[in-house]
Ligand binder design. Structure first.
Ligand SMILES: [Zn+2]
Length: 60
């Protein structure tokens, strides 16, 4: 009947192996719980990186 009482407390905290990295400056923005080490690329939001997003389309 009350088997869900400790569902949260009894669960081991997930390892935050998912690393969200800025693809422009390689800065680690934050980590997220994932099953295994994973790298997710995003944009950190700095002006330089945001500008690069628009300018890097045709980088050659
Ligand atoms: Zn960045």
């Amino acid at each position: 009947m009350s088997n869900a009482t400790n569902a949260l407390q009894g669960t081991a905290p997930a390892l935050e192996l998912g690393m969200v990295i800025c693809k422009h400056c390689q800065q680690l923005m934050y980590t997220i719980p994932t099953n295994g080490v994973k790298k997710i690329y995003g944009v950190c939001g700095q002006e330089g990186c945001l500008e690069t997003v628009e300018a890097s389309e045709g980088e050659d």
